[in-house]
Design a protein around this ligand. Sequence first.
Ligand code: SF4
Length: 344
Amino acid sequence: MSPTNLVGLLPAELEDLTVELGASRYRGRQIATWMYRKSILEIERMTDLPKDFRAALAERARIALPELEQVIPSQDGSRKLVFRLEDGARVSAVLMPDDDRMTLCLSTQVGCGFECAFCLTGTMGLERNLTTAEIVGQLLAANALLGESRVTHMVFMGMGEPLANYHALVSAVRVFVDARLGLGYSPRRITVSTVGLVSQIERLGREDLKVNIAISLHAASDEVRSRLMPINRSWDLGALMAAVRRYPLAPRQRVFFEYVMLDGVNDGDEEARKLVRLLRDVRAKVNLIPFNDWPGTRFRRPPLSRILAFQSILLGSGITTTVRWSKGEDIGAACGQLREAVPA
Ligand code: SF4
């Protein structure tokens, strides 16, 4: 049997493993504390475990993070972390400092199968889902890189569609939010983005997780959205917004809507007014994302005046709206650009 990777196992799963090894559940809780609370990722350094138990554990299990192959700094202070996975595939995460925040953008799949027309990642197709270990490993590696400080917020907006890798995503989030033996992050500091998988949004709403959701909306009419995002032909805006309205929100929690701005496609005043109507009665925050160019794309970024005019229509209707100048544009780390150049 190949050794089990302990990274990403829930505290309860670590307890089950130590029972299998003939030890008490308490040993499992000790391992969780070492890995997730004390960031010790070597079995031999878990010094309150008996020596012979450590030896038995090391035969049965290992602690393996994805290999941090490259750290690419951007002029704006963000850093792209390129990971090489055990099968040779590459994914990245992006560290984005902002005042006292350090946000990590995480990947959940190698490639993506949803083929949004404006997205570079979508041109790759889906290669495979990441495992829970590979998702949690991105955070543990980022925290190790940061040394004394640590990631404060997480957004699942890297490569892939998080809700299409539902089980691994939810397991990773449970490790992140476990306050006693996991990493102890508040779910309010975690945002799961989705292209609009209605059944999975509803499923996520039924979990006891209370994470933020961000909807990749990108258009306010079915006609435009279906052209940009094939998923809209399976679940149209009516179905999507019904699921959003049912998503349980804590007081003051809002749903984020991502809207990539494409010149002459979805940036007109009329689209802005449709967006206002679409979001009526929803506690919404809109992030407008000026399109980031990539070679071979047919889309262009609208002029600044158009972006601001669009924003002012939303603001004038009382919708909190920010323009998000993507971080990491110069290092291929901005939204929809997370495609790894595979070295020969
Ligand atoms: S925008 Fe998101 S869902 Fe669409 S192709 Fe890109 S990564 Fe996939």
